[in-house]
Design a protein around this ligand. Structure first.
Ligand SMILES: CC(C)(COP(=O)(O)OP(=O)(O)OC[C@H]1O[C@@H](n2cnc3c(N)ncnc32)[C@H](O)[C@@H]1OP(=O)(O)O)[C@@H](O)C(=O)NCCC(=O)NCCS
Length: 195
């Protein structure tokens, strides 16, 4: 799992998390909109308090070859604005259990999830020789569903009442992607973001 990292995309660099990311991660973790979108915080309370723990865990998972989660860093300015990952690398059947991503709410709706996800899925097929990539999104998470749809992910099922958020049961929608289905995002051509 090396040699092709970092991945450089038109506006972003995808690389292993580093201590340099900690101030930006700390700021992102304070924003509650991310947790609201997925029904619960994406990281443990310990990692939210001390993002360096997340950096260390991610690098350990990478060394073990179980997961590959990368920081999403703006080429212009070097700010860490989120994370995109291949969770659950199944080397036996050459499949990825979950494409995952979050982007700092200050940068939402600029194609910042779609752009790195496209290049990471491409790397999963080309460099890791994975056969398929799965992903999941809550039926209420419209932004995540749009990202998967725009990348070419194909709906494969619905886990009914999978998650209970504030007393409300929500369905989890299941998706899969094969190499020939991956679509280049139109967002890749968007101009560099400001502010
Ligand atoms: C999901 C998430 C990563 C998207 O990040 P982003 O950088 O805004 O994503 P992009 O800009 O690449 O694409 C967002 C798409 O969602 C669409 N979208 C955003 N909010 C929407 C809404 N309320 N209804 C419908 N579509 C919506 C955008 O229009 C865009 O689609 P388009 O390119 O066809 O116009 C971000 O919202 C996030 O971090 N959410 C919290 C974490 C999360 O949900 N992670 C995924 C599940 S674990």
């Amino acid at each position: 799992m090396q040699g092709w990292l970092p991945l450089v995309t038109p506006r972003l660099v995808l690389r292993l998390p580093s201590p340099r990311d900690v101030p930006d991660l700390r700021r992102s973790f304070r924003d509650r909109r991310t947790a609201r979108a997925v029904g619960a915080p994406l990281h443990s309370a310990e990692e939210r308090r001390d993002p360096m723990r997340m950096v260390v865990r991610t690098r350990r998972e990478y060394r073990k070859g179980t997961d590959l989660s990368l920081s999403v860093v703006e080429r212009e300015g070097g700010r860490c604005v989120g994370r995109v990952g291949l969770r659950g690398l199944d080397w036996r059947y050459r499949k990825v259990e979950s494409l995952s991503y979050w982007i700092d709410p200050l940068r939402w709706n600029r194609g910042y999830a779609t752009e790195p996800s496209f290049f990471l899925c491409q790397a999963a097929f080309r460099h890791l020789r994975m056969r398929r990539v799965s992903s999941q999104a809550l039926s209420e998470n419209q932004a995540s569903l749009a990202v998967l749809h725009n990348l070419g992910f194909v709906p494969e099922g619905r886990e009914r009442r999978s998650v209970v958020v504030k007393g409300k049961a929500m369905d989890m929608l299941l998706f899969g992607l094969f190499p020939e289905e991956l679509l280049p995002p139109s967002a890749v051509g968007r101009p560099p973001a400001r502010g």
